[in-house]
Design a protein around this ligand. Structure first.
Ligand code: PSU
Ligand code: MN
Length: 318
């Protein structure tokens, strides 16, 4: 038995990996649990199209029938968006889903694991999970953060939602040595909102600068993740005060209804969409495409650029 017994790599993705072309991984929890069904499949395909337009091959990742699929055909995607509800899979859930032949959508943590198994280094999503507000009481810290501490994949995102405790999320990433690279920004973005006011660890002016840092980071820490923070475009961003008011209401309701654990993030996202009359949804779709475009540029630059010259470094050290 080997892990390849549990992997199905789409031929287009397999060819691109063999030819060392740029490939960008995409998660499926955002498709199955983060977006309303009516727009989920078309958004997933639009995000893939943005990656292709940027010269890279998209690899949407999900678990179907107990196999990790890297790259989804229409039938696979439809199972997530038009069939019975599927599981939400983080690192802890993957083995059970594979062993029992289940279907499931992968979160950032599980998608990083799958990407890393086949050598995909760049991954685009909307927002990462983080330290939840009130984590001091609930201990609710997303498995995404721990994954970033131990798996060598770069996650291009619009920061993290303000449903989370962003200062604590950044503290956690700092403690575990995860670089937070701001793409054209010095401040960590807060998903619908361009600026949380909190500093990133390094500013990158463009995709090639990110790619260069990734090369060096993975010489130092081959199994260390990276956050690439890409603010939502100005024209799609929402005012911080409106978002905060809705977040507070949604959190209060979650508490009253005793909603916690894996169900909390999807619940809060839903409430924000309702409260904004769908504006958060449009913003979500816009930033997903924007991150896909950035990830394609980073993956292309990463493939184009020769790595730092190891031989030279080794000689210099003698
Ligand atoms: N943030 C979003 N949209 C999402 C998610 C996070 O704005 O869909 C999803 C991602 O898949 C992320 C997961 O990995 O939620 C984190 O869930 P939890 O907080 O339960 O770890
Ligand atoms: Mn959680």
């Amino acid at each position: 038995m080997s892990i390849s017994d549990y992997l199905t790599v789409h031929p287009e993705v397999a060819d691109a990996l063999t030819a060392r072309r740029a490939v960008v991984a995409l998660e499926s929890t955002v498709i199955a649990h983060g977006l309303p069904r009516i727009v989920a499949a078309e958004t997933a395909r639009a995000v893939e199209a943005a990656i292709r337009a940027g010269g890279a091959v998209p690899a949407t990742i999900a678990v179907l029938g107990g196999r990790i699929h890297i790259g989804l055909d229409d039938e696979g995607l439809a199972r997530l968006t038009h069939g019975p509800p599927v599981l939400k899979l983080s690192r802890r859930d993957l083995a059970a889903a594979l062993a029992t032949g289940d279907d499931g959508a992968t979160t950032v943590s599980a998608t990083m694991i799958a990407a890393s198994l086949v050598g995909i280094r760049i991954f685009a999503t909307g927002g990462i999970g983080g330290v939840h507000r009130g984590a001091g009481e609930t201990f609710d810290i997303s498995a995404d953060l721990n994954e970033l501490a131990r798996t060598g994949v770069a996650v291009v995102c619009a920061g993290a939602k303000s449903i989370l405790d962003l200062p604590k999320t950044l503290e956690y990433l700092e403690t575990f040595g995860v670089p937070v690279l701001g793409l054209g920004t010095g401040h960590f973005p807060a998903f619908y909102v361009r600026d949380s006011g909190l500093p990133v660890s390094h500013i990158c002016a463009h995709a090639a600068a990110v790619a260069q840092i990734l090369k060096v980071h993975w010489l130092l820490s081959p199994n260390g993740g990276v956050v690439v923070a890409n603010p939502i475009p100005e024209s799609d961003a929402l005012p911080a005060a409106d978002v905060e008011a809705s977040v507070l209401r949604a959190l209060k309701e979650a508490k009253e209804r005793d909603i916690s654990g894996a169900a909390l993030t999807p619940f809060l996202l839903n409430r924000l969409a309702e409260a904004s009359g769908g504006r958060t949804l449009l913003a979500n779709i816009a930033l997903l495409k924007h991150n896909a475009t950035a990830a394609a540029a980073i993956a292309s630059a990463y493939r184009a650029k020769a790595g730092p010259e190891r031989a030279k470094v080794a000689t210099a050290g003698r």
